[in-house]
Write a protein that binds this ligand. Structure first.
Ligand SMILES: [Zn+2]
Ligand SMILES: [Zn+2]
Length: 215
């Protein structure tokens, strides 16, 4: 499958890949305002896998405006409540923040925060691979992070808010790690998104969360 070369998270081109493989487009958008939108991942790692995405093209959330950060903070609170209600679960938030395109293991260098129901401890696996983390809220104005580095950001009620400074990571690094934890070894979205499992999760996540995500 030859996927679109254009950014799949920029507004004008965001449904290119969904269209190509005949997956829901507008329907997969769960929330939208002037700064951000929430979309079901094109190839959910599990039920409830959604993304908070900036409307404008930024490399990562650290470099976004305060207005965007405030909206993301509000959305996160809403998503925590909704996941409790719908999935009886906490939320695992993670971001692969690239300082340069192609770094930090993101396959798409447009700021997006992954949200998935929390079912496992990912911190240990990250510590083993990436070394020590620092406590840091990427959305806080007091964050002392130096934007010259790429980072992996992780947040859950269990692990609080932590950041790993990273050098170049393989593409879809976090997808692979999370997939392994979930016992699924098919992690590449390009291959997974047309499987029955993935399509079922995508459609069910839309049904589960439609009209529930708001600020
Ligand atoms: Zn973009
Ligand atoms: Zn991603």
């Amino acid at each position: 499958m030859e996927y679109s070369k254009e950014c799949p998270f920029c507004k004008d081109t965001r449904f290119n890949n969904n269209r190509l493989v005949n997956l829901p487009t507008e329907d997969s958008i769960l929330f939208e305002n002037d700064t951000i939108y929430v979309q079901v991942d094109i190839s959910p790692l599990c039920l409830g896998h959604i993304l908070i995405i900036t409307n404008k093209h930024y490399l990562n959330f650290f470099e976004t405006s305060n207005e965007i950060k405030k909206d993301v903070i509000k959305l996160k609170e809403n998503i925590k409540k909704v996941y409790k209600e719908v999935y009886n679960s906490d939320v695992l938030f993670f971001e692969h923040g690239s300082a340069k395109p192609g770094y930090a293991g993101a396959s798409i260098d447009h700021a997006h925060l992954h949200c998935i129901p929390y079912k496992f401890d990912i911190k240990k696996a990250l510590n083993d691979t990436l070394g020590n983390s620092i406590e840091c809220d990427i959305l806080s104005s007091s964050c002392q992070f130096n934007n010259k580095f790429s980072y992996i950001y992780l947040e859950s009620s269990q692990d609080s808010k932590i950041l790993y400074k990273v050098e170049k990571l393989p593409s879809q690094f976090l997808r692979r790690l999370v997939s392994e934890k979930l016992g699924n070894h098919n992690y590449l979205w390009q291959e997974k998104c047309t499987t029955v499992d993935s399509i079922t999760n995508l459609e069910q996540t839309i049904l589960d969360l439609k009209n529930k995500i708001f600020i």
